[in-house]
Design a protein around this ligand. Structure first.
Ligand SMILES: Cc1cc2nc3c(=O)[nH]c(=O)nc-3n(C[C@H](O)[C@H](O)[C@H](O)COP(=O)(O)O)c2cc1C
Length: 185
């Protein structure tokens, strides 16, 4: 992993009802190396500034009833005041979600985030990990086979919230977004 000082600053706005999405965001941030995890329920001026200044934004929401959480949608709508002047245009964007079920209709959430990023003029970057069963050297990495973005399944072990393979997949995803931002800017 590159020196955190040379990694581009990345903003990760997150909503999490019971901690799973925040836990996953921490792993994404770890992989990105120079990231600010932002709780969208407690937005400060500094958070908005970080979002506006970051060359890359990684959106994170749990999947609730087959799409992004309503409170996350409220945040996205609030941030859409950047749309008329295209203030977020050409930023790198990525997204991740967590749900109880292996499918859980998480793809719908990632599609919602990707469409939002497209409307904002952002450059969407998906997942690139090919794990098992195709690559036996990467057991359990991207086990969901999710390439539009990062998908995790919440652990039944509530001391963990997210199982180790999904945490490692998240670190790799964060690193990928950081590298994409480095190449783009
Ligand atoms: C209102 C609500 C709707 C949910 N809908 C789904 C769903 O559509 N699919 C699914 O697999 N899990 C669903 N879940 C479970 C959550 O996705 C799961 O508990 C997730 O880990 C929550 O993440 P969080 O702790 O960051 O809020 C739902 C949970 C809630 C509270």
């Amino acid at each position: 992993m590159k020196d955190p000082q040379t990694n581009p600053p990345i903003a990760i706005p997150v909503f999490s009802g019971s901690g799973h999405t925040t836990r996953l965001a921490q792993a994404v941030a770890q992989g990105a190396g120079n990231a600010r995890v932002i709780d969208i329920q407690q937005m400060t001026d500094a958070d908005w500034h970080a979002l506006d200044a970051a060359p890359a934004i990684i959106f994170g929401t749990p999947t609730y009833m087959g799409s992004s959480a309503a409170r996350y949608d409220a945040f996205l709508e609030e941030a859409s005041d950047r749309w008329p002047a295209q203030l977020w245009a050409d930023k790198i964007a990525g997204g991740f979600t967590v749900a109880t079920f292996p499918s859980g209709d998480k793809l719908s959430t990632l599609m919602r985030l990707a469409v939002y990023a497209a409307q904002m003029g952002m450059i969407w970057v998906g997942q690139a990990e090919i794990g098992a069963p195709v690559d036996p050297e990467k057991p359990d990495i991207n086990s969901a086979g999710s390439w539009l973005g990062l998908s995790a399944t919440s652990s039944r072990d509530k001391s963990l919230l997210i199982e180790a393979p999904d945490m490692e997949t998240a670190r790799r995803f964060g690193k990928r977004i950081s590298m994409a931002a480095s190449r783009w800017f």
